[in-house]
Design a protein around this ligand. Structure first.
Ligand code: SAJ
Length: 404
């Protein structure tokens, strides 16, 4: 039996995939309300294909509980927040989960950590716990790091088709874990050591963050000379070896703006490129604010209540608002003692902010300037609804709009 610990954005789809592929799976989470919701056959977040997968996993017998199971195979997918002050990973959830696993696991158990962790977290924080518990690595317990790579918005497809990395101390342990993941993963599964697997995961997200930062810096250069950055990127990308990503109002989510800090925190003197890239991405909401001020001035609008922000989630067509550029923008506004602008997001069914308007028509009625922060499908399907508005388009969707 596989016990998946932590049923969030990664743990839940992974547990469902494993179950519907025929494995015996129990999902454990310390959040009672979340467990109750799942037990009542209701999902805790939206994701294309997740409902069908949920049904199939339930039919295959998946169970949900708040208790750790006594078994010999654990997959830990708990959050790994980072400490904003010292820019280091906060391993407390991984430590707590490992301690609980050690209390109940059987001899020879496989402990797979899937959560994103900074390089050497397993050496620094997990191995000592095993020693403390009086257990021996590679006898009582086999350690594995198998970081996930799935993209919110296409998680189910990517769970099936992405290649994966499995880092383990022993090739035998890696092979056993590979066999389990192979029950649903059709991509290539590469086995390596734990340190390499830890580093590789963080490097992948850092690579993307740096490339987005380059596109964002180009936006600033282009704005300085009143050039169209999107046209420049489009033409540059026609070069066979150039592939610049899309600039935008900032970088959100729990991965790209967070994981590179793990490297900066651990290797402060070796990461000047990475920390500059992070700063560039973090400066983009400020640029949005400057552009809003410019548009208000140019159109003689003085009432800030006439500004409406479209999009609160961290990217299009997801309902996750963690570290979203719009939240970052509101934080910057608060720093200047200003009330945040009104906001609307079609992906959010419940009100999470005081200044959130839940009705799109009213949102439009109340806003003379609409700032497009997120390019949801809802917006692409309703472009005509924006006619007559002053628009700041941070994603190059609308031809005659203000751009970043
Ligand atoms: N963004 C841009 N420009 C782009 C692409 C993205 O500004 O060209 C912004 C998005 O709008 C968003 C942020 O970056 O605010 C992050 O979005 P994303 O789609 O790039 O990535 P995530 O955070 O949803 O998922 C990433 C993925 N990592 C990589 O592509 C290297 C995913 O594969 C990982 O599994 C995930 O992080 C994770 O959990 O680590």
């Amino acid at each position: 039996m596989i016990n998946v610990i932590g049923l969030g954005y990664i743990g839940l789809p992974t547990a469902l995939m494993l179950a519907s592929a025929g494995n015996e799976v129990v999902g454990t989470d310390y959040n009672d309300a979340l467990v109750e919701t799942l037990k009542n056959n209701k999902l805790t977040f939206e994701e294309p294909g997740l409902e069908d997968l949920f049904t199939s996993a339930i039919n295959s017998g998946i169970k949900f509980t708040n208790e750790y199971q006594s078994t010999d195979f654990y997959i830990v997918t708990v959050p790994t927040p980072y400490d904003k002050e010292d820019k280091k990973i906060d391993p407390s959830y991984v430590i707590a989960a490992t301690k609980k696993v050690l209390e109940v696991c059987k001899k020879g158990t496989l402990l797979v950590i899937e959560s994103t962790i900074s390089p050497s977290t397993i050496d620094k924080f997990v191995r000592p716990l095993i020693k403390e518990a009086g257990m021996t690595i590679d006898e009582d317990i086999f350690l594995v790091h198998a970081p996930e790579r799935i993209l919110p918005g296409q998680m189910i497809k990517e769970l099936k088709h992405n290649s994966r990395t499995i880092g383990a101390d022993s090739p035998e342990a890696a092979q056993k874990v590979k066999e389990v993941y192979s029950t649903f993963c059709e991509g290539e599964i590469v086995c390596t050591d734990i340190r390499t697997a830890e580093m590789t995961k963080v490097v992948e997200n850092t690579y993307r963050g740096i490339n987005i930062a380059f596109a964002n810096e180009l936006t600033k250069i282009a704005r300085h000379d009143n050039l169209d950055v999107h046209e420049i990127i489009k033409i540059a990308n026609m070069h066979p070896r150039v592939n610049i990503l899309s600039p935008g109002p900032g970088v959100g989510g729990h991965c790209i703006p967070v994981d590179p800090w793990f490297l900066v925190g651990d290797y402060p003197r070796l990461t000047s490129l990475i920390s500059t890239a992070l700063e560039i991405n973090e400066s983009m909401p400020e640029m949005v604010l400057e552009r809003i001020s410019y548009i208000m001035k140019e159109n003689s609008i003085t009432d800030r209540n006439k500004v409406g922000i479209y999009g609160l989630t961290y990217k299009s067509d997801v309902d996750d608002i963690r570290e979203s550029p719009t939240l970052q923008l509101f934080e910057k506004m608060e720093a200047h003692f200003a009330e945040p602008f009104r906001v609307f997001d079609p992906m959010l069914k419940e009100k999470v902010l005081e200044n959130q308007q839940m009705d799109y028509t009213r949102f439009l009625e109340e806003s003379d300037i609409v700032v497009l922060m997120v390019e949801h499908s809802h917006l692409k399907d309703n472009l005509s609804s924006l006619e007559g508005k002053l628009i700041l388009d941070t994603h190059n969707l609308i031809e005659n709009a203000y751009k970043l």
